[in-house]
Write a protein that binds this ligand. Structure first.
Ligand SMILES: Nc1ncnc2c1ncn2[C@@H]1O[C@H](COP(=O)(O)OP(=O)(O)O)[C@@H](O)[C@H]1O
Ligand SMILES: [Mg+2]
Length: 280
C-alpha cells in the first residue's frame, strides 16, 4: 500500500543523462517519476525537460501551440533573469516544466552570462511560476518545500544545457543500453559529472540503469557483467526491452496508465522501490 505524505521536503534533484541518444533517458524520467509518485501517495514529483526535442513534454500532454499562445517554458525562464520555473500539472499526476524548440539556441545565450552553467540552479532558487491552477506556491515558498523529488531529462549531447542540468542537481542517473555506443556515452557523462561535482561539492551518482535489456542477445550477456563489475552503483533492477514503453508513449502516457500489468510497469516499479530504499 502507498505511504501518505502531506508536507513536502525536497530529497533530491536528479539529472538523467547519457550523451548517447536512445539510451532510455526520457522513458526513465517519465516512468521512474510516475512510479515514485504512485508508490507514495501525496508525493509531488517534478520533471524538467531540458531537451529541445521535448518528447517528455509531449508525453505529459504539452502542445507547442501553448508556447505560441504565450505559456512559458523552460526557455522563457532561462532567458529572463527574474522569471521563476514554470510548473504545470499533467494528467498522470506529475508536475512538469516543458521544453521548447528554442532550447536549440540556448547555449549561445547562456554563454554571454557570467555563470553560463548555473542558470538552471539559479532559477531553482526563485519562487516557481505556478501554472497548475492549484495555488501550489505562496510568494515565499521555496522549491524545497513544494516537491519531494525533481528529475531532469537531458538531451543526448554534452551541451551547456546538459551542464546546467548537472550543476542544478545533487544526483545523477545514467541509463545505458547493453551496447558499445551507449556504454561509451555513459563514461563521458561520468567524467563530466565528476568535474561538476568537484566544483559544486554536491553531485553524486545515484545509479547506472541498464535499459532495453534483452537477455536473448549475446551483447546483453557480454556487457551486463562488464558494467556491473566496473560500476558498483549499477541498479540491481534492469529495465527489460518491452513494447509497452513505445506503445504507451504513442498514446502519450506512462506505462502505468496504459499497461499497468505489463513488464515495463513491473520493472519501473521495482526500480522505484530500489531507488526509494536508497534515496528517500
Ligand atoms: N525498455 C525499453 N524497451 C523497449 N523500448 C524502449 C525501452 N526504453 C526506451 N525504449 C524506446 O526507445 C526509444 C528511445 O528511448 P528514449 O527513452 O527516448 O531514449 P533517450 O531519451 O535516451 O533518447 C524510444 O522509442 C522508446 O520508446
Ligand atoms: Mg530523450
Amino acid at each position: 500500500m502507498a505511504k501518505k505524505v502531506k508536507t513536502h521536503s525536497l530529497r533530491h534533484i536528479v539529472a538523467v543523462s547519457n550523451n548517447k541518444g536512445g539510451a532510455g533517458k526520457t522513458s526513465t524520467v517519465l516512468n521512474l517519476a510516475s512510479a515514485i509518485a504512485r508508490r507514495i501517495e501525496g508525493y509531488r514529483v517534478l520533471v524538467i525537460d531540458c531537451d529541445p526535442q521535448r518528447n517528455l513534454s509531449y508525453f505529459l500532454g504539452w502542445d507547442d501551440r501553448r508556447e505560441l499562445e504565450g505559456h512559458p517554458t523552460l526557455y522563457t525562464a532561462l532567458c529572463n533573469e527574474h522569471q521563476g520555473l514554470p510548473v504545470y500539472h499533467a494528467n498522470n499526476g506529475l508536475y512538469f516544466t516543458p521544453a521548447s524548440v528554442n532550447l536549440n539556441g540556448i547555449d549561445a545565450i547562456l554563454s554571454l552570462r557570467p555563470n553560463p552553467s548555473k542558470a538552471l540552479s539559479e532559477i531553482l532558487q526563485r519562487p516557481i511560476d505556478d501554472r497548475t491552477g492549484e495555488g501550489l506556491s505562496t510568494p515565499h515558498s521555496q522549491i524545497s518545500t513544494l516537491f519531494d523529488f525533481i528529475f531532469i531529462d537531458t538531451q543526448p549531447a554534452m551541451s551547456r544545457m546538459t551542464y546546467n542540468a548537472l550543476y542544478a542537481s545533487d544526483g545523477y542517473i545514467i541509463p545505458t543500453e547493453l551496447e558499445e555506443a551507449s556504454v561509451k556515452g555513459m563514461t563521458n557523462i561520468a567524467v563530466a559529472a565528476s568535474k561538476v561535482g568537484a566544483d559544486t561539492g554536491r553531485l553524486f551518482i545515484h545509479g547506472i540503469l541498464i535499459t532495453k535489456k534483452d537477455g536473448k542477445l549475446r551483447s546483453a550477456r557480454l556487457y551486463e557483467p562488464q558494467i556491473r563489475n566496473s560500476f558498483r552503483e549499477t541498479f540491481t533492477t534492469a529495465v527489460r526491452r518491452s513494447k509497452d514503453i513505445t506503445e504507451s508513449q504513442a498514446l502519450r502516457e506512462d506505462v502505468f496508465t496504459s499497461y499497468s500489468g505489463g513488464r515495463a510497469a513491473e520493472d519501473y516499479t521495482a526500480l522505484a522501490t530500489e531507488y526509494l530504499r536508497k534515496f528517500a
